[in-house]
Ligand binder design. Structure first.
Ligand SMILES: Cc1cc2nc3c(=O)[nH]c(=O)nc-3n(C[C@H](O)[C@H](O)[C@H](O)COP(=O)(O)OP(=O)(O)OC[C@H]3O[C@@H](n4cnc5c(N)ncnc54)[C@H](O)[C@@H]3O)c2cc1C
Length: 334
């Protein structure tokens, strides 16, 4: 596309009315290998469901349209090699259709397959990293194609090597999933526990139903899913807060660490449902901020900073944003 400004509102699910002059679409790997970036910055974009352009972006926006899925199997495993521009939910639906268990808890998570390993997408007790055995990428400096194993991805809670050593250094082109044929169904989490001996499709449909009830559909109200990560704190910090808030929900992640729902912290401070300058803290899920009434990037940043400051003041916990925020030329950290 040329040098005039192009709207980004359809390219990120938060849907702010911002624009970019340099948008490039990649449909195959050779285009990526041959492309020379003409600007001082570039950002790779899948479906923009974890990205907010807070103002006009003057680097190049590289939109990933790589496509293709290959299924194979042996006695014990299914192997699925997926080009990174494929839609995540379509992959899950395709697996359910073929009777391949494993990914059904991750139904309806927006975005591309290539972005899934970056923050190790997860929902309802399953994280994608447990099934990823290989990630193929182009090293943007050397313009070579490389692969790393799932173990080398060092997956953690909403975390992987792609948020650290490889951040902004690679274009993920393909993800390979290895799913054991005897994989156990995960139904212990939340409302899935009410299902009795469910099939893969039962779990898949229940997850879709719960998500449709609880989360705003980005096609109707702009949002980027959970805005903040759930903080993981030490037992001593946790006990100090629990003394004041005995009903605080928690999930023990190790002997020393406890995960606390950020939505509960935000809700406790009364933010749920509040609208400030067009940005709303979602009435059904305080962890989600939405573009309720033509908000701006400035309003979003101010509201998010207010939440971070108030949570720090009351609970002594520093919330981190899960969403990737972009300014004129680079990423922003609140
Ligand atoms: C309504 C809603 C619900 C959600 N629910 C969940 C949930 O339950 N669990 C969960 O984990 N997440 C959830 N999310 C977040 C989001 O769906 C995931 O983070 C998803 O993986 C983002 O995919 P994307 O293609 O839209 O990524 P984008 O937003 O386009 O990109 C995300 C980041 O990855 C980088 N990137 C993207 N593609 C590539 C690539 N090929 N190579 C290198 N870097 C790349 C981008 O530069 C950016 O920094 C939700 C979002 C929404 C809007």
């Amino acid at each position: 596309m040329g040098n005039s400004l192009h709207s980004l509102s359809q390219l990120h699910t938060f849907g702010l009315a911002v624009a970019a002059p340099h948008i490039v679409e990649f449909n195959d790997i050779s285009q990526i290998l041959q492309h020379q970036c003409t600007q001082s910055a570039c950002i790779i974009l899948g479906e923009g469901s974890n990205t907010v352009f807070t103002e006009d972006f003057f680097g190049e926006v590289w939109v990933n349209k790589l496509s293709g899925i290959t299924f194979s199997e042996d006695n014990a495993h299914h192997y699925i090699a997926v080009a990174s521009g494929e839609n995540w939910h379509n992959l899950v639906a395709n697996c359910v259709e073929r009777g391949i268990a494993g990914l059904e808890n991750l139904a309806l998570i927006p975005g591309t397959v290539g972005a899934a390993p970056i923050q190790n997408i997860g929902a309802y007790g399953v994280e994608v990293g447990q099934f990823i055995t290989c990630v193929e990428f182009i090293d943007l400096e050397t313009k070579t194609t490389q692969q790393i194993s799932g173990v080398e991805c060092t997956f953690g809670y909403r975390d992987s090597i792609f948020k650290h050593a490889l951040k902004d250094k690679v274009f993920i082109t393909k993800v390979t999933f290895t799913i054991p044929k005897n994989v156990a169904k995960v139904t212990s989490y939340g409302e899935l526990a009410s299902l009795s001996q469910p099939s893969i499709r039962d779990i898949y449909e229940k997850v879709i139903q719960i998500r449709q009830q609880k989360l705003p559909d980005p096609k109707q109200i702009g949002n980027a899913g959970s805005f903040f990560k759930n903080p993981v704190i030490s037992i001593s910090e946790f006990k100090a807060i629990q003394d004041r808030y005995p009903k605080m929900p928690f999930y023990q992640v190790s002997e020393e660490r406890v995960k606390v729902p950020a939505g509960w912290l935000i809700d406790t401070l009364g933010f749920k449902g509040q609208i400030v300058d067009g940005i709303q803290c979602h009435p059904q899920q305080a962890l989600v901020l939405t573009n309720k009434a033509q908000g701006t990037g400035t309003a979003l940043i101010a509201f998010a900073r207010q939440i971070i400051a108030d949570v720090a003041m009351e609970f002594g916990i520093t919330l981190e944003h899960e969403v990737q925020l972009l300014g004129r030329l680079e990423r922003i950290t609140l």
